[in-house]
Write a protein that binds this ligand. Structure first.
Ligand SMILES: Nc1ncnc2c1ncn2[C@@H]1O[C@H](COP(=O)(O)OP(=O)(O)O)[C@@H](O)[C@H]1O
Ligand SMILES: [Mg+2]
Length: 212
């Protein structure tokens, strides 16, 4: 059966869509690629088009989301990434019931930590993912202090870095330009996320075509 990673949280702009697409891109960029599909659920988002290392489908209404998942879940080797949206009761129910991993991104700011802790209290499965972490040493040291405010078992150990050139990642033209450079951090991200969910990445990729 397919595996589900959900990227959620109540606040906009924390990186839910960016990380969802990076997880999918990472899956499609592994030495043995894992087929991946991003389910877009935010009604304010346009559906991404263009050639990518993964597929994007429409889950922007409760009916569409339910229909897509019903079909996708039957696929044996597939990673389904649900790019979350706030204020969707149907989505919250599906995610709490079906997600193998529930990622809640937050940025390097005080109010972000307060918010993510509230989200974690509401969703027992949730794991906080520090996103957009500063690269500069002094700034990063300050940001790392924020991590202590989140219980260790409830967060990813390794923050995902701020990548300046990510802007425009959602456009087909920029994707083509960035795909190669972003593949490396994206592979690291999907590996961490799947490990956290106890998902075997080789099993999910299916058997190698290079059988003897
Ligand atoms: N790790 C990151 N490095 C650089 N920019 C990022 C990163 N994560 C998110 N962003 C930027 O933050 C903005 C909001 O991200 P988005 O994924 O749309 O958030 P959400 O889906 O939670 O509303 C986008 O412009 C995106 O490019
Ligand atoms: Mg979004």
């Amino acid at each position: 059966m397919a595996k589900i990673v959900a990227v959620a949280g109540t606040k906009g702009g924390t990186g839910k869509s960016t990380l969802s697409h990076l997880i999918a891109h990472g899956a499609g960029s592994l030495p043995r690629p894992i087929p991946a599909v991003v389910v877009t659920t935010d009604e304010d988002d346009d559906l991404l088009v263009g050639d990518r290392r993964y597929v994007v489908v429409d889950g922007r209404t409760p009916d569409l989301l339910a229909a897509q998942l019903e079909e996708l879940l039957l696929v044996e080797h597939l990673l389904i990434i649900i790019d979350g949206a706030a204020g969707r009761a149907d989505l919250d129910e599906i995610v709490s019931r079906l997600a193998d991993v529930l990622v809640v991104p937050f940025g390097p700011a005080d109010h972000e930590v307060t918010r993510v802790n509230k989200n974690l209290a509401a969703v027992p499965k949730g794991i906080a993912l520090p996103n957009r972490w500063p690269a500069h040493q002094a700034t990063r040291a300050r940001a790392n202090k924020l991590l202590d405010r989140i219980p260790k078992g409830r967060r990813f150990e390794f923050p995902f870095p701020a990548i300046p050139k990510l802007d425009g990642w959602f456009s087909a033209a920029r994707y083509a330009e960035l795909a190669y450079d972003v593949a490396s951090p994206a592979r690291g991200l999907v590996t961490e996320v799947l490990a956290r969910g106890g998902i075997d990445l080789h099993a999910l990729a299916g058997s190698s075509s290079l059988k003897r």
